[in-house]
Design a binder for this molecule. Sequence first.
Ligand code: TNX
Length: 635
Amino acid sequence: MSAAPSTAPEPLDPPHPADVTAPSEATPAPEVEAVAAGQAAAVGRAAAEANAAAGAGTTARANTAAGAETAAHADDAAQAAGRTAGELARTAERHAAALLAPPAPTRLGDVVPAPERVEPDATADYLLAADAVIRVSADPAAVAVAGHLAALLRPATGYPLPVTDAATPVPSGGIALDLTGEAAMGEGGYRLDITTDGVRIAGGTAAGLFHGVQTLRQLLPAAVESATPVTERWVLPGGSILDRPRYPHRGAMLDVARHFFGVTDVLRVIDHLARYKLNRLHLHLTDDQGWRIAIDSWPRLATVGGAGAVGDAPGGYYTRADYQRIVAYAAERHITVIPEIDLPGHTHAALTAYGELAPDRIAPPPYTGTEVGFSYVDPASERTYDFVADVLGEIAALTPGRWLHIGGDEAFKVPAEVYAGFVERVQRIVAGLGRDVIGWHQIAPAAHADRRILQWWGTTGEDAVTAEAVRRGARLILSPGNHAYLDMKYAPDTPIGHDWAGLIDVHRAYDWDPANHLADVPAEAVLGVEAPLWTESVTTLAEIEFMLFPRLPAIAELGWSPRSTHDWSAFRERLATHGPRWATAGITYHRSPELPWPTTPVPAPRRPSADDVGQAPVSRLDETPVRPGTAPDRG
Ligand code: TNX
């Protein structure tokens, strides 16, 4: 990605397509003018073709008439704007081509999560040309989004798509990303306007631009997901979208403790979140079977506590640099990482490394089973609070986000009063680090701490203790086990997953309302939703993807879309159009019988990359549309 700093007014001609880094304000070079003249001739040819076609029927005649009118209109507009002959030629050519072309293969409303407002304009489809330029506001975060867009589009289109910045970016036949700073769009909202003459995404924040880019990506033909150039008409459906999120917290959780997943796997999961406008990645970094993050002041946590996993799977842990890479990659996609150190239970791996934390001061052997609730660090020992302060202090120093998750679930062996006292002390440690605390809803009985957040994972629609904590000021993230737990099986014959919270098919994942899910909790207390993926039975990236798709987009839509758009029959149709996109991107997914998958052939399946060579076939899954890829998205 590159962008030339620019304070000069917007140029009339784009830089030469071959020059990806060309500053845009250069006076048109002679060869560019020559190209423009050639294009003017092409308009003539297009008009002649249109005239010839006019003999064939009324539709074509109408097109020709409209074409003439449009050309005249473009002429007036261009003169009024004082454009060059080159620009005039290009505009007229675009209009003529649009009128003669078949409609875009995607519909403007086929976006997941559903946008707040969609206004299609069938006369305004846009064809991305090989010489299109991406123009962006001169702001580093906006320029980074433009670079991300270019990196998403270049592999499949093969177009250079140079990025250039401007004080007020306008499409000029290409794509403009305009960082407007408008507060009304909210954090993450955007407006997308697609016309024959170009595409404009306006965002109040860079996050808004980023979300608009994800919408744009979904509106292009599915072949845009190809890693190699595809011959395709890169058409976008005309019209406008006005969109903003319903909730500020839209997350997914990945358990890297039961099975360990390396950095590249996590980066790819981050890409999946970004596609669906999720903005939080909760990493469950520690549990009985493994401690997955290096802590300098307690080094054996990772080297000893991270050695194993469930069964005989290999262990592993993130170095500080690994973790920082994950955090930075997420931040580039406007996703905040929320690290979880599960306390005081789920700590067996820590005890294997430091027996001094155990109630009996004896380091136990590693645990590779899948039971829960048996381990805890000694709440009566001051050494335990040194450990907590050191660990959370180091994690906070590596984490730019506001939140530290302290777990708190299933500490069955710790008496209720002792447990509440422990949580209160840990809440104070988090506050002392300048962070807001999140805990599973079991921490509800502990005293309130400013801005504390409870994560609901129950399977009933009511809990008096949680409701009481909310009355005392806590807010909620909703991860109801019977709707949002992506480690549950889809159906009895799903090869991996649990069923203790029930079977969760796509409809069940979609069929609830965060605003009124929990009794006696006001809608204002709900910050959003999160889909956890526990990994006792999930062992590879392909299996992660199989459990995420197609349910993660269902949870994402609950977090993003206004309730007025909620409609299962429309959702299943929209979501099904994403199957070919996932297949083309090499994403493994469950071909749930609930969705009307398109029967058209998958466009341009992604070729296996070097990383795939030698990878074992995914035999436990019921379908593998294409071999799973392992490379994170470009950009
Ligand atoms: C409950 S949900 C747990 C996890 C398990 C999960 C399996 C929660 C806070 N605790 O330890 O992995 O069930 O579905």
